[in-house]
Design a binder for this molecule. Structure first.
Ligand SMILES: Cc1ncc(COP(=O)(O)O)c(C=O)c1O
Length: 471
């Protein structure tokens, strides 16, 4: 890393989040990117990385798409009204109409905000206002965001621990289980059922074909609103504008964010029915009862419009379906001989490669030892290998450390898909055939232990790992 960038990183570590810098250092992933374009990231040492993460589905249109960049420049150049909080932002109307038309069903109104979590917060409040009920249902393994309300809809203790009491009246049910859903809905206490059409951080879990339409019918029967969190799956990520469109389901509310503004400006949107909007903004007095300063800001709205232009003009939905099918087909064929490969799943260019514990004794001992150190250790080793050796950026799913998420920008091409599959084979082959994979893991574990505060707890485990490796 260059001198200047070290100083910049020091100020980040000093004044923002030192643990993040240490974690990236530890993983050997602390790279300074100078320029990003399409599917490629260029580091200051000249290395080119292929992005197969897309910032967790932010960069559907690719990094710094020139059309979107130009639209933003023009918006700045026109010196128009921005965040006056005292006028009618026309661009917001235009974007709302395009989003609602694309979403279809009974979705006719939009509320704009600046993130996915903020969208989920709005949907919580709106569903309560529209139903006069308090309860909220969600799925085990879900990821809905890290603000207090959204976090109340997540059952993974990793995210919740240390943040005190969250919203009361929230209940988790298994994903893809209409019976469990109906049992809860029958109580009549739920304002809304929040669900991701495809669970992303939960392990790229695609539900059975009729689950979501059954959920819609059940919600209707018991007076509960169906809220689809399409923060990762929306904006053609799975091939259709909404993942819901694969399942023929019409929600009462849909939350969008991430890719909505071309990866350049924070934005979120909640699409909803007329009835819900009227229940919230029910009188002149309540005209601004739920809003926020940056909601409907001109740059975000302009970016949203330009992003839709690109997604539609370049037909990135069709591309997503074709390349996603190709990717999973190639991966399945190539990785089939390896015992730790459990399969691929996904929709469009949102795919997961699932790994399973090995049965072969030598592999099993190492795997179990690393899992004992930390459940995420094995997955992070994979991610590190992809990054450092293959120059490909990926990540494990946040709530399932055995599933590697692969979500390249939708502007990827088939050569890059083939390249990724070759790289995956090399990584998986090493995992099965080379002691280097496991000994490097041990070195990583050691470094992690050196910087971990609870060093004593880990020390015993290190002895286990070392004895396994030397066995
Ligand atoms: C499905 C889903 N919903 C909501 C969120 C929260 O979005 P944000 O990080 O923009 O607040 C995320 C973030 O990863 C997400 O994946």
């Amino acid at each position: 890393m260059r001198q200047g960038s070290v100083a910049i990183q020091n100020s980040y570590a000093e004044s923002v989040n030192p643990q993040w810098v240490r974690l990236l250092d530890l993983l050997g992933m602390n790279v300074r990117y100078e320029r990003c374009r399409g599917t490629e990231l260029f580091a200051d040492d000249g290395t080119r990385y292929l992005d197969f993460l897309s910032g967790y589905c932010v960069h559907n249109t690719g990094h710094n798409h020139p059309y979107i960049v130009e639209a933003l420049k023009q918006e700045l150049d026109r010196s128009g009204p921005a965040m006056l909080q005292s006028h009618v932002p026309e661009l917001a109307g235009e974007l709302a109409q395009r989003l609602c038309a694309l979403a279809g069903g009974n979705l006719t109104k939009a509320f704009f905000c600046s993130s996915g979590s903020e969208g989920v917060e709005a949907a919580i409040k709106f569903s309560r206002a529209a139903t006069r009920r308090d309860g909220l249902l969600y799925c085990e393994g879900a990821f809905h965001g890290l603000t207090c309300g959204a976090l109340s809809l997540m059952d993974n203790s990793f995210w919740r621990e240390g943040f005190g009491t969250l919203l009361a009246g929230t209940t988790a049910i298994p994903f893809d289980d209409p019976t469990a859903l109906e049992q809860q809905l029958q109580t009549g206490k739920y304002a809304a059922f929040f669900v991701e059409p495809v669970q992303s951080e939960g392990g790229i879990r695609v539900p059975a074909p009729h689950y979501l339409s059954a959920a819609q019918q059940l919600c209707k029967r018991y007076g509960t609103l169906l809220v689809l969190d399409e923060v990762q799956t929306g904006m053609f990520r799975t091939g259709r504008f909404l993942a819901a469109h694969h399942f023929d389901v019409a929600a009462d509310m849909v939350v969008l964010a991430k890719a909505l503004s071309g990866g350049l400006i924070p934005v979120g949107a909640v699409l909803m029915t007329e009835e819900i909007s009227e229940a919230v903004y029910s009188s002149l007095q309540r005209a601004i009862v739920h809003t926020s300063t940056f909601s409907e800001n001109a740059l975000a709205m302009r970016a949203g419009l330009a992003t839709l232009d690109v997604l539609q003009q370049e037909d990135l939905g069709t591309r997503s379906i074709q390349l996603g099918n190709l990717l999973r087909e190639l991966l399945t064929g190539t990785l089939a001989p390896y015992e730790m490969f459990a399969g691929t799943r996904g929709l469009g260019l949102l795919s997961g490669i699932e790994f399973r514990p090995p049965t072969k004794l030598s592999l099993r001992l190492s795997f179990q030892a690393f899992r004992a150190i930390h459940p995420a250790m094995f997955g992070q080793m994979l991610v590190m290998r992809f990054f450092r050796q293959q120059k490909i950026l990926t990540q494990m799913c946040g709530n399932d450390f055995m599933v590697l998420k692969t979500a390249p920008p939708l502007v990827a091409d088939s050569t890059q898909i083939h390249h990724f599959v070759n790289a995956a084979e090399q990584v998986v082959s090493e995992l099965h055939n080379s002691t280097a994979f496991w000994s490097e893991s041990l070195a990583l574990a050691r470094r992690a232990m050196n910087i971990a505060a609870d060093i004593c707890v880990y020390t015993n485990r290190e002895i286990v790992v070392e004895s396994v490796l030397s066995a």
